[in-house]
Design a protein around this ligand. Structure first.
Ligand SMILES: [Zn+2]
Length: 92
């Protein structure tokens, strides 16, 4: 069952990075600490504070910060969307 094996590898990759043994030591570049897998090229992110692999929650937070999601101000965003809804309805 290759599909099951692929699925297992996929989930394992999400949870624990990757399964390969050929990885660099953790190093820090541009405030990110990670290992690089020499087999699949995957980046396995580490916490620079604890030097342990990041948990899923920490990883998501890091990605959110990088993509700018956490810089959005919720209140102004909600106000803008309400205003836009009213305008689009009036136009339509
Ligand atoms: Zn790998």
């Amino acid at each position: 069952m290759n599909i099951l094996r692929a699925l297992f590898d996929f989930l394992y990759g999400i949870l624990l990075g990757c399964r390969h043994d050929h990885q660099t030591r953790p190093f820090t570049i541009e405030q990110q600490t990670y290992k690089v897998c020499l087999d699949c090229g995957k980046h396995v992110f580490y916490s620079a504070d604890t030097m342990r692999p990041l948990s899923g929650r920490e990883l998501r937070r890091m990605n959110a910060v990088q993509s700018g999601e956490l810089k959005v101000v919720p209140v102004s965003g909600a106000t803008a969307s309400l205003k836009n809804d009213g305008e689009s309805r009036a136009v339509a």
